[in-house]
Design a protein around this ligand. Structure first.
Ligand SMILES: Nc1ncnc2c1ncn2[C@@H]1O[C@H](COP(=O)(O)OP(=O)(O)OP(=O)(O)O)[C@@H](O)[C@H]1O
Ligand SMILES: [Mg+2]
Length: 222
């Protein structure tokens, strides 16, 4: 579903390559961790898959299509195939949980009324339907992150990209968020997650790709 073929990335003003000759394949329905030291290139891989960042060399395929040269007008349509989750959930504090989760659908020009069924379904999935009319400020850190996940899945993306989604959470909450990702994956969602948390990786028994200074140094199931 996702393929990197000899991908290199040098940022403008970057000191060295953020990625160097990275080749990898991720199949539909897979759950894959990206690990490695700070600065290894994990977020860069996710940003390239999401279309937020262009490659310097090499080719990236998504569902068989070369996404390396998407035009500005094609990009928003491509992005709809992707759900993104960040360490900082990036929720809008002045909007309700429902309005936050609805956002990807409102961008697709649905009305709030039309979006509501999908919003309820996504909140049900993350176990937060009862908080639908609450504001994020009144939610715990773990609940806020789950709202971020509901927003990422509401438009039924093909792949879920998560960048350190448990980075701000304690051990128990990280486990809880992790089991949610595993559940989404067992429902068929392709998930790619960057993480520093090797305990989470070890307890999940999923594929893990380790980066070091922009290169893949291991790719295995622990
Ligand atoms: N916008 C940017 N401009 C210049 N260099 C960048 C930019 N973003 C990242 N880099 C560099 O690219 C390399 C890879 O960064 P990246 O953010 O992908 O690492 P990471 O593995 O996600 O690290 P962390 O675990 O700290 O999040 C690093 O050397 C970083 O300094
Ligand atoms: Mg990062």
């Amino acid at each position: 579903m996702i393929e990197f073929s000899n991908v290199s990335k040098i940022y403008p003003h970057g000191q060295s390559s953020a990625l160097e000759n990275v080749s990898l394949k991720i199949a539909e329905g897979e759950m894959v961790f990206l690990t490695g030291h700070s600065g290894a290139g994990k977020s860069t891989v996710l940003r390239i898959i999401s279309g937020m960042e262009k490659v310097t060399a090499g080719t990236v395929y998504f569902g068989g299509n070369n996404i390396t040269r998407l035009s500005k007008s094609q990009l928003p349509y491509y992005r709809r195939l992707i759900g993104m989750i960040f360490q900082d959930h990036k929720l809008m504090m002045n909007k309700t949980v429902a309005e936050n989760v609805a956002l990807p659908l409102l961008i697709k020009n649905l009305t709030m009324e039309e979006a509501m069924m999908s919003v309820e379904h996504a909140l049900q999935k993350v176990g937060l339907l009862s908080k639908i009319n609450t504001y994020p400020l009144y939610l715990s850190a773990g609940e806020q992150q789950r709202v971020g996940i509901a927003r990422a899945i509401v438009a039924k993306p093909k792949v879920l990209l998560a960048d350190e989604p448990t980075g701000n959470l304690d051990y128990a909450l990280s486990q809880e968020i992790m089991s949610l990702f595993l559940e989404l994956n067992s429902d068929g969602m392709t998930v790619v997650m960057a993480t520093h948390d090797l305990d989470l990786v070890a307890s999940s028994h999923k594929r893990s790709i380790e980066l070091q200074y922009g290169k893949v140094i291991s790719d295995l199931v622990i």
